[in-house]
Design a protein around this ligand. Sequence first.
Ligand code: FES
Length: 274
Amino acid sequence: MSAPATERESAGVDSPGRARILARTLRQDRWWLSPLLTALGLAAFIIYATVRSFVRTAYYVADYHYLTPFYSPCLSESCVPGSSHFGTPFPELPMWIPLAFLSLPFLLGFRVTCYYYRKAYYRSIWFSPPACAVAEPHARYTGETRLPLIIQNSHRYFFYAAVVISLINTYDAILAFHGKGGGFGFGLGNVILVVNVLLLWTYTVSCHSCRHVTGGRLKHFSAHPVRYWMWTQISKLNTRHMQFAWITLGTLVLTDFYIMLVASGTISDLRFVG
Ligand code: FES
């Protein structure tokens, strides 16, 4: 929440009334470890996702219809045959445009404006502040009241986009129940795709905006028993939102990596049926 204007003007460790402590912090523990690990984890995901989104190789397994989420939906004539589950309304794209150009900005916006990720990168990248009782290096604090951080208020709209993208990922996972010669098929890739999509849904519905959409602004829960029930369940998931945020980064990478290995012929999919 943003501080009132008068409070903001006098904010900071040098403001009147604050103890004169010259050291940046008096903490003796390894307070820097958590922000460091967070920064490394986020950087690893960003590098992997960026490279994979641009390479345009090994993102679709034609035999089993496995499509990595990093290329979904694939809507251009640059997509390999079969990977365009919703047709190809766009022409060939130059290499500097990722094939999932329609969904990636919304996914990125959803994650960047997420309440948990804000906390994570405000601490680990902007040092604002890096940890409790550790002074931040910035002289002024304006919170999320002006550009660029006022854009964080758009998170609720990115939530709706994320629901649509989760529906698309679900459709991709259903289409992947495909055997080599046609008909029904089931392999380890299906398990990975389904687990990934279930966890993506869990992350999406545990969102603070989703919690507000279902139960916010209600004056009388007793008059809205269904919304109250949904709000109660989402509130339980919401307490684990940070874990889901990290788990889904991991499952996205795992899903993409597995499909890359199968699509490139490095390994074969472990088949149970078809
Ligand atoms: Fe994290 Fe909405 S608060 S996705």
